[in-house]
Ligand binder design. Structure first.
Ligand SMILES: [Zn+2]
Length: 368
């Protein structure tokens, strides 16, 4: 089992400068490789990331000597990224998905970063030792113990982070006997088929007002001015803080669920979210939906349980969990589900959660 721990760094200005140069090198090399790929492809050749890497290594000393100023992993990582970009492009196209051709990385648009192989660094306590720049302070100790596989450095909200991947022995677990269906919602974070309801966090809603205020403040400042840059950094730090609070909460909730239930039914897509498009709050809700399912699957599967997704066209809200009758109409304002056929009455989200569990059990039985 591979786990990653993302840790914020406290680099000195020189070290931060080195990180920026390494990230710039990786971006440059990626773009060089992509341009060369396009050129070779148009000339009727069959380009590959491996061949391009050899080609680059042959000319770098003469044409791009500055790549030697940073770790050679920055160059290698660029070609790994290039190979992965084309792999997902070709695989996606084969599977009939709409995937765009790999894009050039722009400094402003793409997240800056680079990767370092495990034989190039050491971790001890709050310190990380790297070639060229020595000891870099970490705000936390590495949480996982095991074989360190790699480190990925990324910049976010004006800070540098390292994500360290660690290979750990698979835990020996007994599958939990409990079964539950989960309905993720707008009003509550989630309703469970056992009747309990998990609330959304209030602090998050308050912070959303601050986001709106800072958004306005950024757009009021003059373009490309120093003040706009400052306001933008303030905004991205707030976004980072919101993401941390939300992730922390989602981690706590999904751990609790995975510790209790060995079989969990969920919806595969946020259908309700797609029906109701409420700009900012909704965008955050949508992101939380995917993260919730991802966290939950990882944790339940690590405990040899199963998360079964229910198809997006399954009418979980409109179906009566008592008699199975499907309602023709159910507005979002109706918080209570009342069955026209059998008179069964229940909280609408709990009713949906029960249906999700039943449908998940049916799907799981037909394709184990
Ligand atoms: Zn009914």
């Amino acid at each position: 089992m591979i786990r990653s721990h993302r840790i914020r760094l406290n680099p000195t200005p020189e070290q931060a400068n080195y990180f920026a140069r390494a990230a710039g090198t990786r971006r440059f090399v990626f773009n060089w490789g992509l341009a060369e790929w396009k050129r070779q492809h148009e000339a009727g050749e069959k380009p590959s990331a491996l061949a391009l890497k050899k080609q680059f290594n042959a000319i770098k000393e003469e044409q791009f000597p500055w790549v030697y100023e940073v770790t050679k992993c920055a160059v290698e990582g660029a070609f790994i990224d290039l190979a992965n970009a084309f792999k997902s492009f070709f695989e996606g196209r084969k599977a009939g998905r709409k995937v765009g051709f790999p894009k050039f990385k722009a400094k402003k648009r793409s997240r800056e970063g680079f990767y370092v192989a495990n034989d190039k660094f050491d971790v001890s306590g709050h310190w990380m030792k790297l070639p060229h720049i020595g000891l870099v302070n970490m705000t936390e100790k590495l949480r996982f113990h095991g074989k360190i596989l790699s480190a990925r450095f990324t910049e976010q909200a004006g800070w540098w982070f390292v994500s360290i991947a660690v290979e750990m022995p698979d835990p020996l677990c007994v599958q939990q006997p409990g079964r539950v269906g989960i309905d993720l919602g707008i009003y509550h974070l989630a309703a469970l088929s056992d009747g309990s309801v998990l609330e959304n966090q209030k602090p998050l809603r308050d912070l959303l007002h601050t986001v709106r205020r800072l958004n306005r403040s950024v757009s009021r400042k003059q373009k490309d001015s120093r003040n706009r840059e400052k306001a933008r950094l303030k905004l991205s730090r707030l976004h980072y803080r919101i993401a941390c609070i939300r992730e922390d909460y989602l981690h706590k909730v999904t751990t609790l669920l995975a510790e209790q239930y060995g079989f969990i039914g969920v919806e595969s897509l946020n259908v309700k979210g797609m029906m109701k498009n409420r700009a900012l709050a909704q965008a955050l809700g949508d992101a939380a939906f995917g993260t919730f399912n991802r966290f939950l699957s990882t944790k339940v599967e690590a405990r040899i349980g199963k998360v079964q997704a229910v198809g997006r066209f399954y009418p979980s809200s409109k179906t009566c969990s008592c008699c199975g009758q499907v309602k023709a109409e159910l507005t979002l304002a109706e918080r209570e589900f009342v069955c026209d056929t059998c008179g069964f009455t229940l909280d609408r989200d709990v009713n949906a959660a029960i249906n999700i569990l039943n449908e998940a059990l049916r799907l799981s039985a037909s394709s184990p």
